[in-house]
Design a protein around this ligand. Structure first.
Ligand code: ARG
Length: 274
């Protein structure tokens, strides 16, 4: 995660961003700290990236890389305003001893457009990440990448329209309206039991959520998602990141997951023995 110390909306690269709307910076920081503390209280380790004054969107740490089995696929941003975030992330990984790092040739905005399930990497395209980055990710990670076409500019990243609920299984929730008809059919075929979000919950960025396989942290305004999550045995946890919504992001955007090989193996074993 990266604290929103320098968060502001001075440019607009998605429909949520309106530079004429003021941002309450102390409130943004306080809301973000609640999220960080909640992860820690749930037993997760939170590592921090140093915010840079010239990069106001850096709080959206999910976009900086994709890490699976300790292997790091760097990001390459679509907009010049965010370009230099990629090197900040790479430097972070290098300083912490990650050696299996791939610097991408094609545009990909990290976990904004890559979502990891047990069987696949789901990959968004249409607004930010290049379809060519999907092949690049497949080659690097050696996992099947499923390309999905995003068609509604409000849902410009895959993680605004789809959330993986359990990456040791293949459980997701998503908003069909964000996808092309063909991609909707693909999702219905791969995830027949998915939770389907209604318009209002998607519009509250309710799918921009983070699940650890048990707890699901999601925007509190997405009220319609709480009951379906509980019905499936998840514990929904309401978060208010209202100030960061002005940048077009919420819980997931603020969170990049560092998937270590070992952790996944342990989770799979737990699941198999359950
Ligand atoms: N203002 C940022 C942008 O438009 C928001 C990024 C949100 N991050 C995400 N993972 N969806 O790039």
């Amino acid at each position: 995660m990266c604290p929103p110390a320098h968060f502001r909306v001075t440019y607009s690269i998605n429909p949520w961003m309106d530079p004429s709307k003021p941002v309450d910076l102390p409130l943004a920081l306080a809301q973000w700290e609640v999220l960080r503390d909640r992860y820690r209280a749930l037993g997760h380790t939170v590592s921090l990236l140093e915010p840079r004054p010239d990069l106001p969107d850096m709080v959206f740490a999910a976009n900086g890389a994709t890490v699976i089995d300790g292997r790091v696929l760097g990001a390459r941003f679509a907009h010049p305003e965010r370009t230099r975030e990629a090197e900040a992330h790479l430097a972070w990984f290098r300083a912490r001893g990650f050696t299996d790092i791939h610097e991408p040739a094609h545009i990909n905005e990290g976990e904004g457009d890559f979502a990891v399930t047990a069987s696949y990497i789901l990959a968004g395209r249409g607004f930010r990440s290049s379809p060519l980055s999907h092949d690049e990710a497949q080659e690097f990670f050696g996992r099947p990448v499923i390309g999905l076409d995003l068609v509604d500019p409000r849902y410009y990243h895959l993680d605004t329209a789809l959330c993986v609920l359990d990456d040791a299984a293949d459980e997701v929730m998503y908003y069909p309206g964000a996808f092309s008809p063909g991609s909707r059919a693909v999702l219905a075929r791969l995830f027949p039991d998915a939770i389907i979000a209604e318009d209002a919950d998607a519009a509250a960025l309710g799918l921009n959520a983070v699940s650890d396989g048990r707890h699901v942290l999601l925007p509190q305004a997405a009220a319609g998602l709480f009951a379906p999550l509980r019905d499936r045995g998840y514990e929904p946890i309401a978060m208010d990141l209202g100030e960061l919504l002005k940048g077009g992001g919420s819980v997931k955007c603020c969170t990049q997951e560092l998937r270590q090989e070992q952790e996944l193996d342990v989770r799979r074993e737990l699941l198999l023995s359950a």
